[in-house]
Design a protein around this ligand. Structure first.
Ligand code: IMP
Length: 430
């Protein structure tokens, strides 16, 4: 398997940044295939810290090609700002190292405004989004009225596209008591930024096909996590894209047979940001311990993450839905020092025991976790680089997780430092 797909197996924030960074060093091409600048991670390369939201991790490394696939919703303003920020850190992003799919849909300022309006209204529609306009942009894509990257290269066609878009948005805005948007303002917004985007535009499906044939290693960099997937997640408290591994194919234009190894990034406990069900949540001193020790604050929004015990039911479901070949288990060291560690092994729902997360929201809210209890370890796992560096109880915990979720640990990360990783198998070599 020459290629690797990295996905989150929980609610995002599993620690993908470090793993993707480690893998991107071995890859030739790094591809984003869903989401947009709602993602966020910090990469530390040679002691320098880079914050990325929209751009693939490959951009901070020399000699890599980064690709934004058609499955991404692309905010041209966020792109210009992120590119500028990185260039101030000495990272050059040029058409030679970044390509953007011509068929990716754009996020415009009206999408951001709509996202903010919905989130601030009292109509019961609050999801706890990142406020980046992600949902409204995907709605327009599926509604077949989106303006896409390729439209920027054909300004003569823009007025017609804008009219189509506003035929939807202006009545909506009137209904929300907002001013209508003038077509000229959108045209201005687009034409002012087109020159900064068009040089990066490409037929990404062909580019990836050529790279695959040339034997290049392609890394697919997923954002968010399986439980935020629009179909498989805790709907409606989800993001607006498919976050699962299958989307790596549809969101880039490379056939599914070429995706390779699916690596599920999995935190040794559970967190989520925003609203929605969270069966193993610990809204108590345990949750506080995990949040503080694990520094659980959002990279993009700075919000405090909700914390809870590891939920094997959810991760086992993610293993099945994504076809996960191996797990990258992260933040084990956050559990160091706990006397007792709990893991969810099943749920009780209306008097019966189930081994899956039901699809219905009301059932998701009603499930009661069944916990298995583990004796904790008092020694430290932080910085371990070999299995023999780990306390016996920690190894027992990891082995039991593998059994419960039915997937092996391929990589174990024991601190934010790159070297503090126990590698069981190289996913690119598998
Ligand atoms: P949206 O993606 O901004 O529409 O937000 C929808 C839901 O996904 C909210 O619960 C967000 O907190 C969550 N979300 C979006 N991006 C991320 C991420 O990168 N990590 C974790 N949660 C995210």
């Amino acid at each position: 398997m020459a290629n690797v797909v990295v996905i989150g197996s929980q609610w995002g924030d599993e620690g993908k940044g470090k793993i993707v960074d480690w893998l991107s060093e071995r890859a030739d091409v790094v591809v984003r295939f869903q989401g947009g600048h709602n993602a966020g991670h910090t990469l530390v390369v040679d002691g320098v810290s880079y914050k990325l939201s929209l751009l693939p991790s490959g951009v901070v490394r020399q000699g890599k090609l980064s690709v934004i696939g058609n499955g991404v919703v692309f905010d041209p303003h966020a792109f210009v700002a992120e590119r500028k920020r990185l260039s101030e850190q000495g990272v050059s992003i040029e058409p030679g190292n970044l390509r953007i799919a011509d068929n990716a849909a754009l996020i415009l300022s009206l999408h951001r405004e709509l996202d903010a309006t919905r989130e601030s209204s009292n109509s019961g529609t609050k999801i706890g989004t990142t406020g980046r306009g992600i949902g409204p942009a995907y709605e327009d894509k599926v509604g077949r009225r989106a303006i896409r990257v390729m439209d920027l290269a054909h300004p003569e066609g823009l007025p017609e596209r804008i009219e189509r878009l506003l035929a939807h948005h202006n009545p909506l805005r009137r209904g929300l008591g907002q001013d209508e948007i003038d077509a000229a303002a959108i045209l201005d917004e687009l034409t002012s930024v087109a020159g900064e985007i068009v040089p990066f535009m490409d037929r990404v499906w062909r580019l990836l096909d050529e790279r695959r044939k040339a034997g290049d290693r392609i890394l697919f960099e997923g954002a968010q996590g399986t439980l935020l997937d629009i179909d498989h997640g805790t709907y409606p408290f989800v993001t607006s894209s498919n976050t699962v591994a299958g989307q790596a194919a549809a969101g880039s234009g490379l056939g599914p047979g070429s995706l390779g190894f699916v690596l599920g990034i999995t935190k040794a406990y559970t967190t989520r940001v925003g609203e929605g069900p969270f069966p193993s949540e610990q809204d108590n001193e345990i949750g506080q311990f995990l949040g503080e020790k694990g520094r659980e604050f959002g990279t993009v929004t700075g919000r405090k993450r909700r914390c809870g015990w590891f939920d094997a039911v959810l991760v086992r479901q993610a293993v099945a839905i994504n076809g996960i070949h191996g797990l990258a288990l992260t933040k084990l060291d956050v559990l160091d020092g706990l006397e007792e560690i709990k893991v969810v092994t099943g749920y009780r729902l209306d008097g019966t025991t189930i081994d899956y997360l039901p699809a219905s929201l009301s059932e998701q809210q009603r499930v009661e976790p069944i916990y298995e209890s583990f004796e904790g370890w008092q020694a430290t796992t932080a910085g371990a680089r070999r299995w023999s560096d780990l306390p016996a109880q920690a190894i027992k915990y990891v082995r039991h997780i593998e059994e419960l979720v039915e997937a092996p640990v391929t990589l174990l990360s024991t601190s934010p430092e790159r070297e503090d990783t126990i590698l069981v198998r190289d996913p690119f070599q598998d």
